[in-house]
Write a protein that binds this ligand. Sequence first.
Ligand SMILES: CC(C)(COP(=O)(O)OP(=O)(O)OC[C@H]1O[C@@H](n2cnc3c(N)ncnc32)[C@H](O)[C@@H]1OP(=O)(O)O)[C@@H](O)C(=O)NCCC(=O)NCCS
Length: 174
Amino acid sequence: MSERRIRRKPVETISGDGIILRPVAVADSEIMFNLVKDWPDYLRFFWGPFEPGCKTLNDWQRRNATKHPGLKSFVILNDETLVGQIEAGNLGDGKWIIGFWIGTQYTGRGYAKKAVTALTDHIFKAFGAQTIDANVDRENLTAKAVAIDTGFRLSGSHPDIPNHLVFALNRPEK
Ligand SMILES: CC(C)(COP(=O)(O)OP(=O)(O)OC[C@H]1O[C@@H](n2cnc3c(N)ncnc32)[C@H](O)[C@@H]1OP(=O)(O)O)[C@@H](O)C(=O)NCCC(=O)NCCS
């Protein structure tokens, strides 16, 4: 009798400077929830991981099980430890947007910068993006530092989100 083999699609991961980005799985929900559950409410209104209403473990499981068309969500792994999340959304016409967070106990170790660099490189190469935006609260000095140090430049105030700036990274010239 011939052996039946189950062919699993390989999971697409992105590597960068010691960290790995792996697509978010439902099984990651509990760890992710525990990393952000004590955060103040205002942080939950960032684009991406903090959609309003995503407050309980159930919400996280539901969110991670739902396919968002055009949204690519990755956990950030350092030595197999889940330290945060980064996402990229396709806005059309060559324009993408990213959002990211790092669990408080893992901040200040360069993980956000490494993840942003790895994901933006990937978006330019794999999807032919022309511009990548990041929306940052005016008072979020750390996120501003991450954006500027990874090559983003201020492009203006966000037209719809109060108190937010838009930083943009253009496709590198060949
Ligand atoms: C913003 C956030 C992602 C940063 O993560 P992180 O892993 O600590 O970031 P990194 O270590 O890669 O880089 C942080 C940089 O900011 C700098 N920084 C920290 N506080 C700063 C301040 N008050 N002013 C200026 N720079 C500051 C650090 O010195 C570091 O730069 P360095 O490597 O030159 O020392 C994390 O704090 C977070 O998740 N915050 C809540 C969610 C959020 O704000 N997401 C971003 C939405 S756009």
